[in-house]
Design a protein around this ligand. Structure first.
Ligand code: GDP
Length: 673
């Protein structure tokens, strides 16, 4: 936007320090700002503007259009526009949006005492880091995530562990799926908390968020399949997050199990396996038969002892992470929270993202109401105002009034960030509209003189737009919604892509169906059985609702939908070739001359109804149809190889001897993403 003049650089310390003093946000004083200020000052020194004796104060808004700035400063639009041009702004108009930094510069230039809006940091919560040697620090259970390639046995291992979980044993085998559960290791009787997140690649984002949640990753590698793409992805994630790892070589009960190959492949992929002298433990297990599962659990306990995991259960605010969230019918929003520090009690107020919870009830993973929950405990919480998102950090507020203020601050901050991002887009769009309007004016002008065709073929007309297929994503839990949105937004190419209009937890609402109908969007439902009335409403509104329970089937389905939008490849197959030997010119009525090509079929047969091309020196000079095909004086439908004929074309007669007529067929080859 700036096209700054290379003016002599002189110190402009007054201008800079003044702005620094008036802006609480030092981010505004960036490099661009400095150089612009210096140049402005240099110009000011040269021109010596008329200034009010006492500089008037002006409060700088976050954003303002040029017109609004005119009103704010009480100057004339023409004068301001001229000044902006001198300052290097191009393509400026009255509704161009300026940001606070630029407004500050201009106002200063006009002799105002600029005052940036009181930078409302607002009230927010930040995590409280316990003192290193605090006497309140206590050992806490490790938080463990299971990762690995699809089908290598993550779910089987989790199921095996869940069956031996604490609540499962207390409640006679009844466990709920709440995203995390705790197990007592068989020998040491120490507690381990497992995160129960699905292992599909679509959940990578959640797992990445989980990097700070998890202490240990159990990398599951099937002994009959060894290291696979998702194993490598998991290794990348482990290395990036610096989390500790134990390898579970699974399916060791199988005859074709080859754990030695797994160990060698892991070493080749940068895992420092103990079998080769490193310190990453490998345990040969079977999630199916339970082989060595106790060793795996005890290895986790040993590693957690080495890691010396501690948290402060008392004398510190409660903190944690949202693991899962959903709206339960008749019960409102609930979330599984993994406590990181502090001890949660009913009545506590927690903030997560842009919502808060006055804890109404705490349930353990078995659905039993409990009164207290300490570090590394997964609990289900009731009392949320809205559904928080999986991966959100949970921080305790003093009371509801503080929680509300914190949320207000966060929403304001988000809206400012969004406005800042959209300002550039709005300005660009406005500029494009302005240019398009100017182009139309030019065309209208040219049309008056019958010249428009020369400009019609301009560059802008030939630019292909990316087709957007619109979706609304609804799933049973927020983790899945997030993962699906993330995955499908990454599908597509430079011809077609997904646009997710809305996403959320629970059945599609009436408003969402209406929105889908208006926008021609497809509703994707994941892991939900939709009530009949919702389905009927969608049918009535002609809205397509697609259901899936397996995430990669959903992704495949969306890929197919997008693929249908790809322009197919049209392959031309030449079926016959005919040489034009000589040209006959026949005079008709009103002395009209008809040109006829005298031809001989070289290969295949020349069909009158076929699609044809005429080639000259290997280059196509005509594509169209034959209007007349004659053998001697007879009209014929086709001419066989080696025979002669006369040919006329539909609306074209620029052929000459030596040209070749090709009959071709078009083969439409669909493309896939
Ligand atoms: P995930 O995609 O990693 O969660 O894999 P699953 O747990 O769904 O397992 C995939 C398949 O492997 C299933 O058919 C399981 O029954 C099977 N499987 C998992 N663990 C073992 C094991 O230790 N031994 C044998 N023989 N089969 C297993």
């Amino acid at each position: 936007m700036f096209n700054l003049l290379k003016a002599p650089l002189r110190s402009s310390s007054r201008c800079i320090s003044q702005l620094r003093a008036t802006s609480k946000s030092s981010i505004l004083i960036n490099q661009r700002f400095l150089s612009t200020s210096i140049i402005l000052q240099a110009k000011r020194d040269r021109r010596s503007y008329r200034r009010p004796l006492k500089r008037r104060r002006i409060n700088i808004p976050d954003f303002a259009t040029v017109s609004q700035l005119v009103n704010l400063m009480g100057v004339s639009y023409d004068h301001l526009a001229r000044r902006l041009e001198e300052m290097g702004f191009e393509d400026m108009n009255h509704n161009f949006i300026l940001d606070a930094e630029t407004i500050g510069l201009i106002a200063d230039e006009y002799g105002f005492d600029v005052k940036f809006g009181e930078d409302e940091q607002g009230e927010d919560l930040v995590p409280v880091i316990p003192e290193e040697n605090s006497k309140f620090l206590k050992q806490r259970p490790p938080i463990v995530a299971i990762m690995g390639h699809v089908d290598h046995g993550k779910t089987t291992i989790l199921d095996y562990l869940r069956k031996s979980s604490i609540v499962s044993q207390e409640h006679g085998g009844i466990t709920q799926h709440i995203g995390a559960f705790s197990v007592k290791a068989p020998i040491s009787k120490k507690v381990i908390t497992f995160l129960d997140t699905p292992g599909h690649a679509a959940f990578l984002k959640m797992r990445e968020r989980g990097a700070t949640v998890t202490d240990i990753v159990v990398l599951v590698v099937a002994a009959d399949d060894s290291v696979m793409p998702q194993t490598k992805e998991a290794i990348k994630h482990i290395k990036k997050s610096g989390v500790s790892v134990i390898v579970a070589i699974n399916k060791c009960d199988k005859e074709n199990a080859n754990p030695e190959k797994v160990i060698a492949d892991l070493a080749a992929n940068d895992i420092d396996v103990e079998d080769y002298g490193g310190d990453t433990q490998t345990v040969k297990v079977s999630g199916l038969t339970g082989l060595n599962m106790d060793t795996l659990e005890e290895s986790i306990v040993t590693l957690s002892e080495i890691l010396d995991l501690k948290a402060q259960p008392t004398n510190i605010p409660v903190e944690g992470w949202v693991i899962e969230s959903e709206v339960k019918k008749g019960m409102g929003p609930i979330a599984t929270v993994l406590i990181r520090q502090g001890t949660l009690k009913p009545g506590n107020v927690l903030v997560a993202g842009n919502t808060y919870c006055k804890v109404r009830s705490i349930k353990d993973e078995g659905g039993k109401v409990i009164k207290l929950a300490g570090p590394s405990t997964p609990v289900e919480l009731w009392g949320w105002k809205e559904v928080p998102e999986a991966g959100d950090e949970v921080l305790q507020a003093k009371d509801e009034s503080q929680a509300k203020k914190v949320i207000e601050t966060r929403i304001n901050r988000l809206s400012k960030q969004k406005t800042a991002q959209s300002v550039d887009v709005i300005n660009k769009l406005r500029l494009e509209h302005k240019k398009e309007a100017e182009r139309q004016d030019q065309l209208d002008e040219l049309r008056k003189y019958g010249l428009e065709e020369e400009t019609e073929d301009s560059e802008t007309d030939t630019v292909d737009k990316i087709k957007e297929i619109k979706f609304i994503v609804k799933a049973d839990v927020s983790g899945s919604t997030e993962a699906i949105v993330e995955s499908i937004e990454n599908l597509g190419n430079d011809e077609v892509k997904c646009s997710v209009l809305l996403s959320g937890v629970g059945f599609p609402t009436d408003t969402e169906i209406d929105r889908a109908s208006i926008a021609n969007a497809i509703i994707l439902c994941f892991n939900m059985k939709i009530p009949k009335d919702v389905d009927n409403k969608a049918i009535k509104k002609n809205v397509e609702v697609r259901h899936h329970n397996v995430i990669y089937h959903l992704i495949e389905d969306v890929t197919k939908i997008l693929s249908k939008e790809l322009k197919p490849i049209i392959e031309l197959n030449v079926l016959s070739e005919t040489d034009i030997k000589e040209i006959f010119e026949i005079k008709g009525k009103k002395k009209k001359i008809t040109r006829i090509a005298g031809c001989k079929v070289r290969s295949g047969k020349l069909e009158r109804s076929g699609l044809i091309k005429v080639m000259r020196d290997e280059e196509e000079i005509f594509r169209g149809r034959i209007s007349t095909l004659k053998h001697a004086k007879d009209d014929v439908k086709e001419i066989a190889k080696g025979r002669e004929c006369g040919v006329e074309f539909e609306n074209w007669d620029k052929f000459q001897a030596g040209d070749v007529i090709q009959v071709y067929e078009e083969k439409v080859i669909p493309r896939f993403l």
